[in-house]
Design a binder for this molecule. Structure first.
Ligand SMILES: Cc1ncc(COP(=O)(O)O)c(C=O)c1O
Length: 475
């Protein structure tokens, strides 16, 4: 690595070089075992004589900071301590973010550390990722030398947009062509872009209660007033929406986190509200590829007659979250603004990953992969529901979940401290989340159990340990 040395001016150059190298070793920027530049190379770079650098190296070697290995070069001594890099303390008044961002930064994060029996939510099984196919497809992209890999349109690689339009048309009945699709860096960026182009400061965005906090944060960041609306067995309570709502954010295929499917009646009521009140609907279809029972209901996007539904999808659950691939399908009237917002935000996503995904979909590998995942996750869901029923049915209600990667449960007693139960079972190496963090107002006592990470063979034992913690808490 290039090491930056700033020379103060005339004279005492060797002392300057010595002092700065010593500081870098002490504060950890140069780590034990790291190789220093050759004296000749460093002296040329700094435009000083080689003796100046040699002097500094000799002094540091004599003090034990550096060691020389004949023929190999000069290294930071492995005995020198490597503390955390030091941050410079601000002088005068420190820089502060806008108050809005201070508030957002202090929102609780929901990520918990891993456990041997891991029911954390929303994380797909990394071992099921189609590694070999992906490696081959990306390698093929990297071998290409044509211009297609240079700054494409902000909406993303055309072939991928066409593949997405076809795929969601087939699997979900979503009506779209390539021009209606904008590829995003995960669903999260879609929320952010939609919020930027649609929401005036102080506008009301209605969201499900309980709901998905990262989406709410994107709306707040755009200056929205986020209003939580209770979800019942049919979905969001449309009658409770404030009349001046500008945007309604919903997860109709598989409510996050409760798992409810929004009924057809409720979908129609929501669409009627949206067209009467000129409110947009943001339909987040984040995990509907994993549908285990029954026929899926029509998405709001295809029921909509008035062009007010924005449909968002994600490849985070079917492939992996770290790829950051998602998309938004929006009414024609919003597309130019969304293109601009995407360009302002990050120009466009990673071209190689987008082109690789287009091939994965077009060649049928993606559909085969999804069918394989469906079998695996359905088995896990069945084992989990069966184990919860056997061990815990007296204590909790298991909410039906016909899709996705998680099951939620509600305690039959209202005054149960779900967070305390989650903490207690964590001590027995089981990770579950309480529902508390997904509510903005008074939470219902419950837990959410993901089965993306836990193999089928560990589910029953995980539930046994959970049952023990709940029984201990109950008495
Ligand atoms: C409700 C909901 N929407 C969207 C997503 C997907 O987010 P992303 O595509 O940004 O990874 C998740 C992932 O956990 C989710 O739970």
């Amino acid at each position: 690595m290039e090491f930056h040395v700033s020379l103060g001016g005339r004279g005492a150059l060797a002392a300057d070089v010595y002092r700065q190298l010593r500081e870098a070793i002490l504060d950890g920027r140069l780590r034990p075992g790291e190789r220093l530049p050759a004296t000749r190379a460093l002296s040329e770079r700094l435009e000083v004589s080689r003796n100046t650098v040699l002097d500094a190296y000799r002094r540091l070697t004599a003090e034990g900071f550096l060691t020389g290995r004949a023929g190999a070069g000069t290294f930071v001594s492995t005995e020198s301590a490597a503390p955390e890099p030091r941050r410079r303390a601000p002088s005068g008044r420190a820089l502060e973010p806008r108050p809005l961002w201070r508030a957002l930064a202090s929102e609780a994060t929901l990520s918990a550390p891993p456990a041997s029996h891991d029911f954390r939510v929303g994380i797909p099984d990394p071992s099921l990722f189609p590694r070999d196919d992906w490696r081959r497809l990306v390698a093929r992209q990297l071998r290409k030398r044509d211009r297609s890999s240079v700054y494409p349109e902000p909406a993303g690689v055309l072939r991928l947009r066409a593949a997405i339009a076809r795929a969601v048309g087939l699997s979900r009945g979503v009506q779209a062509g390539a021009d209606d699709v904008l590829v995003t860096s995960g669903a999260q960026q879609a929320f952010d872009l939609v919020a930027r182009v649609l929401i005036e400061p102080r506008a009301i965005v209605a969201v499900e209660e309980p709901g998905y906090p990262p989406a709410h944060a994107a709306f707040r960041a755009a200056g929205a007033r986020v209003v939580p609306i209770r979800v019942d067995g049919e979905g969001i309570d449309v009658a409770a929406l404030p009349p001046e709502t500008r945007l309604v954010y919903v997860t109709p295929s598989h409510q996050f986190p409760l798992g409810t499917v929004m009924s057809l009646r409720r979908r129609q009521a929501l669409l009627a509200f949206s067209s009467e009140r000129n409110a947009a609907i943001l339909e987040d279809d984040y995990d509907s590829e994993f549908r285990f029972d029954g026929r899926p209901l029509e998405p709001l996007q295809s029921l909509d007659q008035s062009g007010r539904v924005i449909y968002v999808g994600s490849f985070s659950k079917v492939l992996r979250p770290s790829l950051r691939l998602g998309f938004v399908i929006a009414p024609e009237t919003l597309m130019p603004a969304l293109w601009s917002a995407k360009r302002v935000s990050d120009s466009h996503g990673s071209v190689d990953a987008q082109a690789a995904l287009a091939e994965l979909i077009d060649d049928g590998m993606f559909a085969r992969h999804v069918r394989r995942l469906q079998r695996t996750y359905r088995e896990r869901r069945d084992i989990l529901v069966e184990a919860l029923t056997r061990e815990l049915i007296d204590f909790l209600e298991i909410l039906p979940s016909s899709a996705g990667l998680h099951v939620s449960v509600l305690f039959r007693r209202r005054r149960v401290d779900a967070k305390a139960i989650a903490r207690a079972v964590r001590r027995n190496d089981v990770a579950v989340e309480s529902l508390d963090g997904y509510f903005q107002r008074r939470p219902r006592a419950g837990l959410v159990l993901g089965y993306g990470l836990i193999p089928a063979s560990k589910i029953r034992e995980g539930v046994r340990r959970l049952a023990a913690a709940i029984r201990a808490h109950w008495s």
